[in-house]
Design a protein. Structure first.
Length: 587
């Protein structure tokens, strides 16, 4: 009997030990790739919970969504999680995925620096990290990725210089670093010299022949490096500088006299309106009792003293008529031999559009030398001036009314015009205000009208940096949803009182959209509101932040239509009711 009991105890202990060892072996069986991805899971969250569904008890990650493994080796060869609203930094443990070939994490809300450890993933062939909020420099260690063919890190907040090591990647066939905050000279050696200008645009402090931007003279410091010459060289330099200075003073005196006598008159003449012979006025609405000759006479009297604004499309003048009526005259920058039939036909379409929240185009001057558009004058100036220049303290009700009015104007362009009109350049300077601070959308239709002009306008009418939708910067194709994104940015600008690319955001490595996403991740989104704004209603604020977040989504499909935006504004903001700001549902 005693022997039977001992045998049962031994069996029980053996069973316990076997189960314990099994559990230990299971934990040890988690692959290094699985551990690396679990590090990713621990710091990155997603609105749809896709990363949270990765199970740490799985022996390998090959069945996890977004993860692809090699059928034989069971090693991770691809990580693809696009459009999942991922929020968080990339962990350096990703560098342990040494068999990874494809990394696709674009169109999310990832932030922080790009890990230098990615340089250890020497099997990488494709990296797509665009349309996120990555900051810091491009790791020079990426030059170790000898198999890399495609690299797209555009539309982030990256800083610093482009590493020379990237130009040594012999298999690189696709490259894009546009729309960041990169600085310095574009490396002219290696494969980077083969890529087009579009791969680098949107980095205002980059320079080099590739983007037609001269770099500071690098030869100016060579003299300081020289160790020869001694006092003789210094004396020669001093003498040359003295003579050069005297010649420069003489030249300035001569040039000053010349400017005073001649170019001063030419300057005022260039700012004045030149209508030219044979001009006529085409009016779209017959309620203005002015003859063409009377308007033309007023146009020819305009000069720099009458300028009230300048922008990408041209210069705006204030035109006062004898009867006290005031108009705004927009002089298109590029002169192209007067108005052709296409231009006139498009203007007639724009002139036929009348809406309470759109600036009224009254007509144009059919001149052989100038393109002059006549609009209603709005005494409140632009929203940009009200927010950033005049120092006005717009209260909460005023800001809400401006947002709602602008939304109704854009919605009319998208849904009620025939043909429908995509604005393409929604921003605060294109929202004008009347005397009661009601909003009017301006410059609609001009982007399409002028896109074929052979001038610098073509680089401006595509939109303004900070307001551009990620896919628009990538493809250059404008849709209603790109307007919706810009409107979402506009909402945040009105709420915060800051430009979308305010230095306070850039210093933190964000733009206004990235900063809001960060605040959301910290559960403090209300901190984005302008502290000087009086009368803020928290329920309306939460609703506006929710609408702005939807509009500025990185995925066009998740953005609501402008018609839906107006509905949300009227139901949730103008008549607020309790709402869950963190509701991730889309319309």
């Amino acid at each position: 009997m005693m022997g039977i009991c001992l045998m049962k105890r031994c069996c029980s202990r053996l069973l316990f030990l076997s189960l314990f060892c099994a559990l230990m072996n299971q934990n040890e069986a988690i692959s290094p790739d699985g551990e690396a991805l679990m590090s990713f899971r621990s710091v990155v969250s997603s609105a749809d919970g896709v990363v949270g569904k990765w199970r740490p008890e799985d022996p390998d990650p090959c069945n996890w969504k977004g993860v692809t493994c090699d059928a034989k080796t069971k090693r991770v060869i691809a990580l693809s999680l696009t459009h999942h609203k991922l929020i968080g930094p990339l962990p350096p443990e990703l560098g342990k995925l040494d068999q990874l070939r494809i990394l696709m994490l674009h169109n999310n809300n990832l932030y922080g620096s790009i890990p230098t450890a990615l340089g250890n993933c020497t099997s990488l062939e494709e990296i797509y990290l665009h349309n996120n909020f990555f900051t810091g420099p491009i790791p020079s260690e990426m030059g170790n990725l000898s198999m890399l063919k495609n690299l797209d890190i555009s539309n982030n907040d990256l800083t610093g210089a482009i590493p020379v090591s990237l130009g040594q990647l012999e298999k690189l066939t696709s490259f894009n670093v546009s729309n960041n905050f990169l600085v310095g000279k574009i490396p002219s050696d290696g494969l980077l010299a083969q890529f087009s200008k579009d791969c680098f645009i949107g980095n205002f402090k980059l320079c080099g022949k590739k983007i037609d931007m001269e770099c500071p003279d690098e030869n100016s410091s060579t003299g300081s490096r020289s160790t020869g010459g001694g006092k003789t060289g210094k004396l020669l330099i001093s003498a040359s500088a003295t003579v050069g200075g005297l010649l420069l003073v003489a030249l300035m005196c001569f040039w000053g006299c010349f400017l005073y006598k001649k170019l001063g008159r030419d300057e005022s003449k260039s700012l004045a309106i030149e209508v030219g012979g044979g001009a006529s006025i085409v009016m779209f609405h017959g309620d203005l009792p002015y003859a063409s000759k009377d308007i033309i006479k007023k146009l020819e009297a305009l000069n720099e003293e009458h300028i009230i604004g300048c922008g990408g499309f041209g210069t705006v003048y204030k035109l006062d008529m004898e009867d006290g009526n005031v108009f705004a005259l927009k002089r298109i920058v590029k002169l192209n031999g007067g108005f052709d039939r296409f231009f006139e036909r498009e203007l007639e379409i724009l002139g036929s559009i009348k809406h309470r929240y759109l600036v009224n185009l009254r007509g144009y001057c059919n001149s052989p030398t100038s393109k002059l558009l006549l609009y209603d004058y709005l005494p409140g100036g632009s929203l940009d001036q009200a927010l950033h220049e005049r120092g006005e303290q717009l209260d909460w009700d005023s800001r809400v009314n401006i947002i709602v009015g602008a939304a109704k104007g854009v919605a009319y362009l998208h849904h009620d015009c025939s043909p429908r009109i995509i604005h393409r350049d929604i921003k605060s300077s294109n929202i004008l205000l009347d005397g009661n601070l009601e909003a009017r959308v301006s410059d609609f239709g001009l982007a399409k009208l002028l896109e074929d002009e052979e001038s610098h306008i073509t680089t401006i009418v595509a939109g303004t940096f900070g307001y551009l939708a990620p896919e628009y910067m990538q493809s250059g194709r404008a849709t209603e949803k790109t307007d919706v994104y810009s409107f979402g940015v506009l909402i945040l600008e009105v709420l915060s009182g800051k430009l979308p690319t305010d230095t306070s955001y850039i210093e933190k490595g964000y733009n206004v959209v990235g900063w809001l996403n960060f605040l959301i991740s910290e559960n403090r989104p209300r901190e984005i509101v302008d502290r000087s704004c009086e009368g803020v209603e928290t329920e309306s604020l939460d609703a506006l932040l929710s609408i702005a977040t939807k509009c500025a989504s990185s995925s066009p499909d998740e953005r609501p239509t402008m018609h839906r935006v107006v509905q949300l504004l009227e139901s949730q903001v103008m008549s607020p009711c309790p709402s869950d700001f963190y509701d991730s549902s889309s319309d």
